[in-house]
Design a protein around this ligand. Structure first.
Ligand code: ADE
Length: 423
């Protein structure tokens, strides 16, 4: 289907009613973003700003889209993963909010990239990425768009890694705000969001009992910590694998067993990768796994699992239930791959709960406003979210939870700025 002749490409526009009510439900848990939306409606800080966004098309993203368009932005949205789109939400965004959306759950590789291309036909001034696919496309195939681009934002660790590599190699041609690095983003979204939604995805896909199972978490970054913490809370025997000595040490002191993946492969019952790297679980590991092992990924890309290697070891495949694919190995063992190795929290569940996305997307909205206000002033590097924005989001979130905190008094402020006073 040609991608430049339509205003949208979604599964079924008639799904909008269900999507609209679910968007409203998520909005109930997004008080910070709602406040920003209300201000944006009054002030229109994004008037005439064309934004192309490549995000997971979920109820939470829909509320970000509402905030941006209330601020005056002209938004075009495409999916940041072939399996994460909520088709009813896409329908509501098109029909109820008149936003161009190019996203369909289960879209193939070609359609995925056609949708990214379609979103860039919008000729953005600002790009908004979750995984850096838009920026990569601009820098490789749509360099003509660069002169008009004020900057971009990036939502996730994997995208920030790619963008920093672009900046280091001198190929990044506009400034990026790393939303992921805001404390009100990764401390909550990556940890508590991924923690809950990954367990949710595994359970919705399999309905397995976690209590008493050997549950292997590959990667002890913020996401891995969140999943490990929640799996332990469900009674699993959690094993961590790491390549970073400090993170491994932290996992040990957090009370987890730590071992190489080659050892874990022999005893794990459920495996989740959250490393941001590739081929973390590969042929030699699949060869060691027990019959009935469940393998999934909750990192951004499905390359964390070497799926071609699993295929090469298998003599047959069948779908056991939605998002559970059985691979029958030549020696008769069965390995179950969840959600095609795509991020399981969005493939078989609904992604992070709205309450954490509230802060992530407040950072997105305020970073876009910051980019628009600072047009031409930022270097072509990856920049942090300004610390004032980060703290303001935390204050607003606390206030929405009716949690009050203390203020420093003058004496304390002076003490913290001095060095003379000792024992
Ligand atoms: N990433 C993880 N969870 C998400 C969600 N609910 N919406 C958008 N992006 C996400």
């Amino acid at each position: 289907m040609p991608y430049d002749t339509k205003q949208y490409d979604i599964k079924d526009v008639n799904l909008n009613d269900k999507g609209n009510r679910r968007i409203e439900w998520a909005d109930n848990s997004m008080p910070v973003l709602r406040q920003i939306r209300d201000r944006f409606r009054q002030e229109k800080p994004l008037a005439g700003v064309r934004i192309s966004a490549c995000l997971h098309v979920t109820t939470e993203t829909a509320n970000l889209a509402r905030a941006l368009t209330e601020g005056g932005a002209e938004l075009c949205l495409c999916a940041s993963n072939p399996l994460s789109t909520q088709d009813d939400v896409a329908a509501s965004l098109v029909r109820d909010y008149s936003i161009s959306v190019y996203a369909m759950k289960g879209e193939d590789h070609v359609t995925y990239y056609n949708h990214i291309k379609a979103a860039l036909e919008h000729q953005p001034y600002i790009t908004m990425d979750d995984g850096a696919d838009l920026v990569t496309q601009v820098l490789s195939e749509r360099k003509d768009l660069i002169p008009n681009i004020i900057g971009g934002t990036e939502e996730t660790t994997t995208g920030v890694v790619r963008l920093r590599s672009m900046a280091k190699n001198g190929v990044l041609r506009f400034p990026i705000i790393s939303v992921n690095d805001a404390e009100t983003k990764h401390l909550f979204d990556n940890r508590y969001g991924t923690g809950q939604s990954t367990i949710d995805g595994i359970i919705r896909a399999t309905n397995l009992l976690l209590a008493g199972t050997n549950f292997v978490v590959a990667g002890y970054g913020w996401c891995g910590r969140g999943v490990a913490m929640r799996a332990r809370g469900m009674g699993a025997n959690v094993i961590i694998t790491e390549v970073n000595a400090i993170k491994a040490l932290e996992a040990v002191m957090d009370g987890f067993r730590v071992m190489p993946i080659a050892e874990a492969a022999k005893i794990g019952r459920i495996f989740v990768t959250l490393t941001g790297n590739k081929a973390v679980i590969r042929k030699e590991h699949f060869q060691e796994m027990q019959d009935g092992t469940v393998v999934c990924n909750s990192g951004h890309f499905n390359v964390e699992l070497d799926i071609p290697a699993l295929e090469s070891l298998s003599k047959a495949r069948r779908s056991m239930r939605d998002f559970v694919e059985e691979y029958l190995l030549r020696d008769g063992r069965r390995i179950y791959l969840l959600g095609e190795g795509r991020l399981i929290n969005l493939a078989s569940a609904e992604g992070h709960p709205a309450s954490v996305m509230d802060m992530s997307f407040a950072n997105q909205a305020l970073s876009v406003e910051y980019l628009a206000r600072n047009k031409g002033k930022l270097s072509n590097q990856v920049h942090p979210v300004p610390v004032e924005i980060d703290h303001e989001i935390a204050r607003l979130k606390l206030r929405s939870m009716n949690v009050a905190i203390d203020d420093l008094n003058e004496e304390q402020k002076a003490y913290l700025e001095s060095w003379e006073e000792g024992t």
